[in-house]
Design a binder for this molecule. Structure first.
Ligand SMILES: [Ca+2]
Ligand SMILES: [Ca+2]
Ligand SMILES: [Ca+2]
Length: 500
């Protein structure tokens, strides 16, 4: 442990490996809550102690950043070199404290179980003049500072000690508030998954302590070459291990063993740059501006919709408005009632503006949303029904008579001999609920024209004038109706006259 690794070909190999392999997230067994969209992440391995290797180690985090959607700065572990290191490691700018406990797990190769917390704590380490972790594994360039580690912090290191020989070493990282993503650089995290040795196992526990995910960290390359003197299968290499897209309160990493006959009973773990990511806590608000029917002094309720637009449930706090639900699940919405008393000024203005400043929380993280809207006032008006005036004579259709009502706009359509009249609200008005439509059949009675030669009134002269008479009668009737229409706004009759 702590051996200085010379710079050279291994570093070059490591860099090219990173470029080719990037990060992988494959092959794990879901044993937790079905439906949880967890995404375990473990990167390629980087070995060697050159500056290039340290740059390559930094780059191992890139896929994590991509998945998170932001470059999240790793936290610095500030501690006195050589001191025991347990409990709080570091706190993120948004208030998540990452704590650490060294734990003992059983020797079961693939399903190690918790035995106890170790009485031997981890240690604040500053190996390789601040450039290395356990086993000479490189620290990332972004966390390589002064040789005494006084600026960019120490490495958390746990290895060996009294009573540790019969269990596997595990590091338990817990979060003061659940995180939606987390990762760190792990140094000398041995693992092997080809049936030889022992795989490193990662357990993810949800906010309620339930196991939501477990996975093995898969080595790079030809595992048959892995052994104590090779920088493979995690031995003396650095990789990024973490997860995204699942709420986790605690993450446990149990060390494996790269030696073919190893049992992982005598291996340790180191880490640097813990990087917790908080979920998005947000919501939106909208005011229903459909409008209301009111009079001065009336108390009206304007609906406001609050929607959770974040990644975690939001508990609404008291913001002076009564809402249907107090807790909003992810993507859920609730309706709140804004109470407003209509004033004379509102009536003059044709409406009023209301607003809401909604507030909620998830743990200690706030969510807020504001909305305002102009709610128009409307007068309730009930349409009067149109009527049908009888025809003035044969060959004349009965007329549809549409009343005049302030705030009501009538329209009509005709299909054959059926006239449909529809009432709609004019601007600033609203009709009672329901369908406001009437239908009238406007069939004209036929005229009976006496046959030629049997006219009982032959003295009137020209027989051929009969059709003209009928037509003239029709024209007279139309003219009379048109006048009436003009005085009583019988728009329908005008229309009908034009169609003749
Ligand atoms: Ca090792
Ligand atoms: Ca080993
Ligand atoms: Ca052990």
């Amino acid at each position: 442990m702590g051996t200085e690794i010379s710079e050279g070909s291994s570093a070059v190999r490591a860099v090219s490996k990173v470029a080719a392999a990037a990060l992988v997230a494959t092959g794990f067994t879901l044993t937790g809550v079905v439906g949880v969209a967890a995404a375990p992440l473990w990167s390629a391995e980087v070995s060697g102690g050159s500056a290039a290797a340290r740059l390559a180690v930094s780059a191992l985090k890139s896929t994590f950043d991509t998945e998170v959607g932001a470059v999240v700065d790793p936290l610095i572990i500030s501690a006195t070199v050589g001191d025991p290191l347990a409990g709080d490691l570091a706190t993120s700018p948004d208030g998540v404290t990452v704590s650490v406990m060294r734990a003992r797990y059983s020797l079961d190769p693939t399903a190690p179980v918790f035995v106890e917390y170790s009485p031997n704590s981890g240690v604040a380490a500053c190996g390789g003049s601040g450039r290395q972790m356990q086993g000479g594994a490189s620290r990332p360039s972004v966390l390589t500072g002064l040789a005494d580690c006084s600026d960019l912090g120490v490495v958390y290191n746990e290895f060996g000690g009294s009573g540790e020989a019969s269990t596997r070493d595990a590091v338990e990282l817990s979060f003061s508030r659940p995180v939606i993503a987390f990762g760190a650089w792990f140094g000398d995290l041995e693992t092997r998954t080809d049936g030889q040795g022992v795989p490193a196992v990662v357990y993810l526990f949800g906010p309620e302590g339930d196991l939501v995910e477990q996975f093995q960290v898969t080595p790079d390359g030809d595992q048959s070459l892995c052994e104590n003197s090779a920088r493979l299968c995690g031995n003396e290499t650095t990789r990024w291990v973490g997860f995204t897209d699942v709420l986790v309160g605690r993450m446990v990493v149990v060390v494996g063993d790269e030696d073919a006959t190893g049992t992982a009973n005598d291996e340790g773990i180191s880490l640097v740059g813990p990087t917790p990511v908080s979920p998005t806590v947000s919501m939106s608000a909208t005011v229903d501006t459909t409008g209301v029917e009111v009079a001065v002094g009336a108390t009206v309720i304007v609906p406001v919709t609050i929607t959770n637009t974040g990644q975690v449930p939001v508990t609404l706090t008291d913001f002076g408005v009564v809402c249907a639900d107090g807790v909003l699940g992810v993507a859920a919405a609730t309706t709140c009632d804004l109470v407003h008393t209509v004033t004379a000024a509102d009536v003059l203005a044709g409406g009023f503006t209301v607003g809401v400043d909604a507030a909620g929380t998830w743990y200690d993280l706030p969510a807020a949303a504001s909305a305002t809207g102009f709610v128009p006032l409307r007068a309730l008006v009930t349409p009067l029904a149109p009527g049908l005036d009888p025809a003035a004579g044969c060959g004349v259709e009965p007329e549809v008579v549409v009343p005049s009502v302030e705030g009501v706009v009538y329209s009509q359509t005709r299909s054959g001999e059926v006239v449909s009249v529809t009432a709609a609200a004019a601007a600033g008005y609203v009709l009672p609920d329901g369908e406001w439509e009437w239908e009238f059949t406007v069939t004209a009675d036929p005229c009976i024209v006496p046959a030629v030669g049997t006219d009982p009134l032959p003295q009137t002269g020209v027989v051929g004038a009969e059709p003209t008479f009928v037509g003239a009668l029709g024209a007279i009737a139309v003219g009379a109706l048109f006048v009436v229409a003009g005085s009583t706004r019988r728009a329908s009759v005008r229309s009908w006259a034009r169609s003749l």
